[in-house]
Design a protein. Structure first.
Length: 255
């Protein structure tokens, strides 16, 4: 635990809590700590999932500190913030944003950097930077492919707030959960992930990232390579097929 982050581990699951309630504002120190922590976790070969959430019930995060948007501080802010997002997007482990309450500005961009966004039904999302005479660089880079250009324009040029229903329809939220059931649903999801072969899980994520970041032909070629050169000779693929045929639960070796 640090002043800005709470980091907890249970087995193959690590939870990082932004510890600046009530709004969990991302100041320079928090961004630097988050980036460093994610860089460390990416080297952890035993990790299956990283959960990112905010302390308290009011906000996942209301964004980057406004006072850090100065000519002197912006270069450092962008370096650490964008560095943290790059780490999230390239983590070998599955990354999960758990959103409750406000998810605004840089907070929404941070959630967008995760593989899965679970949100309580009382969550609210917005990119209000235009109201401050700013633009959100990460949102402009991430949202056109994720939400489509039209929805990205609608969200960014108005700065309007959308509820969880609309965020789910947009394709931003992966799972909308009643607030009282959010933690229980998270436990179910992490239990499912923990029961999978770690080796296969990581190869699957590599394949999905290829589909996200490359053209169809390039992505398919990479996925075929992963299958033929890395997956097919793993012990866990052989075990998974044998267990299915023998009608028993697999005993993963994570190799």
């Amino acid at each position: 635990m640090t002043h800005n982050l709470i980091v907890e581990r249970q087995g193959r699951i690590v939870t990082i809590t932004l510890n600046r309630p009530p709004l969990n504002i991302l100041d320079l120190d928090t961004l630097a700590e988050l980036r460093n922590r994610l860089e460390t976790l990416d080297r952890d070969e035993e990790l299956a999932a990283v959960i990112l959430r905010g302390a308290g019930d009011r906000a996942f995060s209301a964004g980057v500190a406004v006072e850090d948007h100065t000519r002197e501080l912006v270069p450092t802010m962008l370096e650490d913030f964008h560095g943290a997002i790059r780490c999230l997007r390239q983590l070998k482990a599955v990354s999960i944003a758990v959103v409750r309450g406000h998810c605004l500005g840089g907070g929404m961009e941070l959630a967008a950097g995760c593989d899965i966004v679970m949100a309580s039904d009382d969550s609210r999302f917005a990119q209000p930077e235009i109201e401050l005479g700013c633009i959100p660089p990460l949102a402009t880079a991430l949202y056109p492919r994720r939400l489509g250009p039209a929805k990205t324009f609608d969200l960014l040029v108005t700065g309007r707030t959308v509820d969880c229903d609309e965020a789910e329809r947009m394709g931003f939220v992966s799972r909308q959960i009643p607030a009282r059931e959010l933690d229980k649903e998270l436990e179910r999801l992490t239990a499912q992930i923990s029961q999978k072969s770690l080796q296969v899980l990581r190869l699957l994520k590599q394949a999905i990232l290829a589909g996200r970041d490359r053209s169809f032909d390039e992505a398919l070629a990479e996925c075929e390579r992963l299958y033929l050169e890395e997956l097919i000779d793993t012990q866990d693929m052989q075990e998974g097929l044998a267990a299915f045929l023998e009608k028993r639960a697999p005993n993963w070796k994570h190799q």
